[in-house]
Unconditional design. Structure first.
Length: 407
């Protein structure tokens, strides 16, 4: 897990298109969303704002907001055009299964034991990344694939430039569908620790980068570069991976995690369930977020104790909050209210944000460890989304202070 659980969900686009501006009015939406002003229906996306995307696309070509969003989308896509294609088969090591199609990664916070001649077994140094993990390329390649595929698909959606769709489709097919290059739908060998194990449930935190790839699929649907058979193939792959998450020992271990790992497990299950059309699984997972995540992870004063014990406590507190906010966004799509859910003693998403706010603004000194360097701006994305949902002037003022931008 990286210090800052950065999503690469094109959050800047989410903000630019006012993803949450109509949060209270967005109806439950899993399939066949209503069209905008009688035109084409919004794309079938989940972590991006379908309604906002469609409204920008439908705006007049000279509309200032549309021009701003499309310009940024094209710039991101142009940066992504040379990327990849990526595959798990490109790594220079063989997984314990003997099958290069199996994803593999090494635990980032474990280092050789200097007291042992061969360094085994590795020992933990929380918050300190061992650059040795870069020798196994699956993690970085999956992250780059997810980000690039979404960037390219979004540019195609706005511009109709088939070159963007072709490239996005190539990235997706290479990673998920092509017989010679596909990833097997499991994570048996994620975040292994040399000398201890070949993989852990904790490795599932890395597959969060698959989620933007699924929104890319929705953006590509209808293009000549992407067929209904491609979408069906993706659906089958995700169904198999979701089944592995829910039935394997490693998946069950991550489900049982009390800290941010449990939050991000629930986010992935919800997103994958929506993508495959399992609305009830999404609803059930979101409902349990109230009791298994919010009620257990957040104190009445907003502290997140399981994140505060980390050596990068500010980053991890925001990381868990990020996951909860993304779950709240998905919840409003299927009628599960998480934005304003509160336990009888006051545990909720908003109080967790309010706890971090004075530290981010420099009004209070950070009382916990943060060996990776303290940056108050790390809270900006959550503040921007919260300001639109909660309509609290203090969030608007905080955004201005941290970003230097005024509305």
């Amino acid at each position: 897990m990286v210090v800052r659980l950065k999503l690469h969900f094109c959050i800047s686009f989410l903000i630019l298109v006012s993803a949450l501006a109509s949060a209270a009015q967005i109806p439950a939406r899993v399939a066949a969303p209503k069209s905008i002003d009688g035109g084409l229906p919004p794309p079938r996306v989940f972590l991006l704002d379908a309604k906002g995307l469609a409204e920008v696309k439908a705006a007049a070509p000279g509309d200032a907001h549309r021009m701003e969003v499309v310009t940024e989308a094209v710039a991101a896509a142009d940066r992504s055009m040379p990327e990849g294609p990526f595959s798990v088969t490109q790594k220079g090591v063989i997984p314990p299964s003997g099958d290069k199609h199996d994803y593999m990664s090494q635990a980032p916070y474990f280092w050789p034991d200097p007291s042992k001649p061969n360094g085994l077994p590795y020992i933990r140094r929380d918050g300190e990344h061992n650059s040795e993990i870069k020798k196994i390329t699956d993690h970085d390649n999956m992250e780059r694939m997810g980000e690039a595929a979404q960037n390219l698909a979004l540019a195609w959606y706005y511009t109709g430039n088939i070159a963007y769709a072709d490239r996005a489709a190539l990235l997706l097919r290479t990673w998920f569908l092509d017989r010679a290059t596909h990833m097997n739908p499991n994570l048996e060998f994620g975040q292994g620790i040399p000398g201890i194990n070949t993989g852990r449930g904790i490795g599932l935190i890395e597959t969060r980068f698959l989620m933007p790839a699924l929104d890319a699929v929705g953006l590509l649907e209808g293009s000549k570069a992407w067929s209904s058979a491609d979408t069906e193939g993706m659906k089958i792959w995700v169904e198999q991976f979701l089944n592995w998450m829910r039935t394997s020992d490693k998946g069950k271990a991550e489900d049982a995690a009390k800290n941010n790992h449990g939050t991000w497990y629930d986010l992935q299950v919800t997103d994958y369930a929506l993508f495959t059309g399992d609305r009830q699984l999404a609803i059930d997972t979101l409902n349990r977020v109230k009791t298994r995540r919010i009620a257990e992870q957040i104190e009445p004063d907003g502290r997140e104790p399981l994140e505060l014990v980390r050596t990068n406590a500010f980053s991890y507190s925001i990381a868990n909050l990020d996951g909860l906010i993304q779950l709240a966004w998905l919840g409003q799509q299927v009628g599960v209210e998480l934005w304003n859910y509160k336990t009888p003693d006051g545990r909720c998403i908003r109080v967790a944000l309010d706890f971090l706010l004075p530290y981010a603004l420099g009004a209070k000194p950070w009382d916990y460890q943060q060996i990776g360097g303290f940056q108050g701006r790390a809270l900006l994305e959550d503040l921007r989304r919260a300001e639109v949902v909660y309509q609290d002037p203090k969030y608007e003022l905080a955004i201005e202070q941290l970003s230097g931008e005024k509305k």
